[in-house]
Ligand binder design. Sequence first.
Ligand code: UT7
Length: 335
Amino acid sequence: MTDKLIPLRIAGVGYCVPDTVITNEDLTKLYETSDEWIYTRTGIKERRLVSGNQNAIDLGYEAAKNAIEKSGFAPDEIDMIIAASTAPIELYSMGCQIHKRLGITRQIPAFDISAACTGLIYGLSLAKGLIASGMYKNILIVATDNNSKLLDWTDRGTSILFGDGAGAMVVTQAEDGIDDIISIDIKSDGNYDHLISLPFDGKNCPLVEPSEVKPSIIKMNGRGVYSFVAKILPKYVEELLHNAGLKSEDVDYMIPHQANIRIIQAVQDRLGLPEEKVVTNIKYYGNTSAASIPIALAEGVETGKVKLNSTALLCGFGAGMTWGGAIVRLREGIC
Ligand code: UT7
């Protein structure tokens, strides 16, 4: 521990999406819908889904490996793993599974956080505090989601939205004294828990009473989520900038959670951002939950849409309800 707050550097970002593409047209084989209906309401044309035994640990491992390589650290130099997942395949710690898959030989802390689609921002906020205090140096945040295994594929109001994928970020102490987190904030309101839920009921002891295991399936009130988020998020993001002493023209990019193109446009309009500043890939991946922001960031850099030596506003929301935002510096070499 130290008396002085240590600044944070974003050292590497990475992502991984599965190969299998399911288009809107493909979904018409499951229920009555159309490409036109889905695309005009959501901005989604297709999504990537896992196949066979592939799962969120596989995707998370690939994204983490990628981010660690970009960071220039060796896996054994990672001091902590924070895993954010809304679709964990192992409830007793995705973080530990990623630790094992990366072949890390040191016995470092690895654990999971649950903040749904805001998971990356929650993880980054936690990492910021732990780095600032001097408790940990190199932290890996892995956001990995495999929603396709938790959807009711007869529910056309929900299953059209989601895709699978993972994104990861390595953060470390900034030795030059410049903090890459210009501002960060996280929020929640449990009173809106009914809007999106993923119940895990388990089963009572048969000596107490016989009970059946109910399947764990994502339940969403789409219209309710839309109204809630469209009301709070644009104003919230504007305040985040204001509280940081910034105007929207001071940030080079907005990299939002990819949930619905109309929600993204509502934030964009409120901030008056031109198209070229807004990073979206929802058309090709749908909503990959916690992974959506780091996938959009890493892919944006990879494709040249996001230029480095820049600043970006990350913002998102998710079940809980949770929401959050971060204004970050993107240095050369992170991807
Ligand atoms: O991280 C998770 C975040 N979640 C979100 O961001 C969700 C935000 N909400 C949304 O994106 C939209 O609410 C949806 C795209 C999910 C749904 O759009 P909507 O305009 O709110 O539709 P709705 O649920 O109010 O349904 C309107 C109609 C209904 O038919 P009736 O009752 O008016 O006859 C639905 O049965 O559209 C019907 N419908 C569909 N029709 C064709 C619902 N889903 C479909 C579909 N294809 N896939």
